[in-house]
Design a protein around this ligand. Sequence first.
Ligand code: AMP
Length: 308
Amino acid sequence: MNRGARAPALIIFRAPNSTDIEVNDGMGRNIHVARSIVALDRALRRIRRAGKVALVPTMGALHKGHFALVRQARRRAARVIVSIFVNPAQFAPTEDFGSYPRTFAHDLAELGKLDVDLVWAPDADVMYPQGFATRIVPEGPALAGLEDRFRPHFFGGVATVVAKLFTQCRPDIAMFGEKDFQQLKVVTRMARDLDLPVRVIGIPTVREPDGLALSSRNAYLSAAERAAAPTLYRVLKGCAAKIAAGAPIARTLDEGRTELADAGFALDYLEARHVETLAAVATGKDGPIRLLVAARIGKTRLIDNIGV
Ligand code: AMP
């Protein structure tokens, strides 16, 4: 991600407070941005006529990981909608909602290049109007004892906003990154449980050349933290290779935890889980196995996962 690169000038030729915005990216491409339910519905009527619709939900600060989701959406559907919404409901008061990177102009310029048909970018009071009082409480994979142990509010916020995005945009398919593996499982389960007519598709994690998974939060890392950050993936890969070769899981994970601590990480978890149920696994026979990790380096919390 080259956040320093200057985005081309964006020319907005309808007032931002109108229900529709048509944005010209300065290179002749128009991007349609809907910011109200009325504008979204109007755009959807046009879009749905073309055939299959894909949705890529994001919180903006877009990078190559997001773009991989958009490209996959493009390949599988006639029309692609990208939502950009930093969802307050999935941040605890102590977390980084206020400082979460917001790069809207840059995001629109990049989405223009990827030929996205519609950007759905509601404000918080459009998503959660006054009086809003309904929350989805996911169970199953949302209670696996991974992210939920450290961010107990998180999956309720995610499930609620994703259910709303699905009913607002009515996509045939929706792309989610394996980078947020537990989230992928929670959203897949929720769509099934609520009979939402959408197929959730998981897309492999996009990484920097040194292995660090791309994340909007990587922008928080100091130079020294950035240099240490790839250890997370290195440890995952090392543990996966040992477990695949038959090493005991518990001992292998303990060694991995020590390695991470030695590299300066404060570990939340490093766990081996069943790839579908996220249940704990004691031996390779309980698999197929996914290794999942979350750790803080300085003030930045990073997550990653890989298959064994
Ligand atoms: P976010 O904007 O962080 O909420 O992410 C939006 C979507 O992009 C989620 O489905 C993420 O899992 C996915 N995503 C984030 N980072 C990556 C990555 N490095 N590779 C693939 N997908 C990603």
